[in-house]
Design a protein around this ligand. Structure first.
Ligand SMILES: [Zn+2]
Length: 303
């Protein structure tokens, strides 16, 4: 069953304060599937408000049959995953900062990313809230994956040299709790790797499609799935306030899904080339980066 709705009733929704700064003042940006995307007047965060209650739990209960059908060929090694090269590039980036040690991937899904840590210098494991996905990661790829929320895994303090959070933070309802828990379990010299869609790019797309092309039904923010569209400045502020210091930010290569129209594939590659050029010149990923990567170290023990 598709858990995502075309229209949300008031009882499906909850009104929230800005997840980054806690302010309530906001400017309306657009509507997607009856959901309001707003911009915080205090810190500039783009977020959904009111937002669907518990939307992150939509990912936690897929059936095993659905996952076998969707990913069977990948599990059996007959087909590559369309993100394989992207995942390897993320690990190449990480290896430049922290090539060895204990490695934890948070929200590890079926382990499609985590499996690429094999043969490198880390001792890797994952944590995944969905029992079905965690079981598939263990069974199909022989990975070490704990089922449950990160907090319930109760890792000892300062356990990991590397912690990764890929395409997860934009779904989190209680993002501060997650960042503080990761801060607790990472080692003092550890590297935290976050990859998320770029809110600056989402907003750029919105301006092009809604304001210039008048395509008002074009979904630019994935508002049903993503509760916030982080940018480098808003994510940096959130990290600073939860005990982190950003050591690098960069554009991520785009997600190129199999079966995408060739024009889209070429378009994303052009955007990535422009984003890398802008990053080289300014040090910022800019609006042409479809996704951003931030690397952080912990700044101080949290009280
Ligand atoms: Zn704010």
């Amino acid at each position: 069953m598709n858990p995502w709705k075309e229209n949300y009733a008031p009882e499906d929704l909850e009104i929230v304060l800005c997840p980054v700064c806690g302010d309530k003042h906001k400017t309306h940006i657009t509507i997607e599937f009856s959901l309001s995307v707003v911009k915080c007047q205090a810190c500039g965060l783009l977020y959904v408000n009111p937002r669907p209650r518990d939307s992150e739990k939509n990912y936690w209960a897929p059936t095993r049959a659905d996952m076998e059908k969707k990913y069977g060929a990948i599990f059996e090694g007959r087909k590559a995953h369309d993100r394989d090269s992207l995942y390897r590039s993320h690990l190449d980036t990480l290896a430049r900062y922290q090539p060895t040690g204990n490695f934890l991937d948070v929200g590890t899904h079926c382990g499609f990313f985590l499996r690429h840590t094999r043969g490198r210098g880390w001792d890797a494991e994952g944590v995944e809230p969905s029992p079905v996905l965690g079981e598939l990661a263990r069974e199909k790829f022989g990975l070490k994956v704990k089922t449950g929320a990160l907090e319930s895994a109760a890792f000892p303090v300062e356990s990991f040299e590397v912690i990764t959070l890929l395409d997860v933070i934009e779904h989190l309802h209680d993002v501060r709790a997650m960042l503080k828990e990761i801060q607790r379990i990472i080692k003092p010299n550890g590297v935290f790797f976050i990859k998320t869609p770029n809110g600056t790019y989402n907003y750029f797309k919105h301006v092009i499609f809604h304001n210039l092309l008048r395509r008002h039904n074009y979904d630019c923010f994935d508002a049903r799935e993503h509760v916030a569209a982080y940018t480098v400045p808003t994510l940096t502020r959130l990290l600073n306030e939860t005990g982190w210091q950003v050591i690098a930010s960069m554009p991520s290569a785009p997600v190129q899904t199999y079966g995408s129209h060739p024009v889209k594939i070429v378009g994303r590659n052009i955007l990535y080339t422009v984003a890398r050029a802008q990053h080289a010149l300014t040090g910022q990923p800019g609006p042409f980066a479809t996704d951003i990567i931030l690397l952080a170290k912990k700044s101080s023990p949290l009280l």
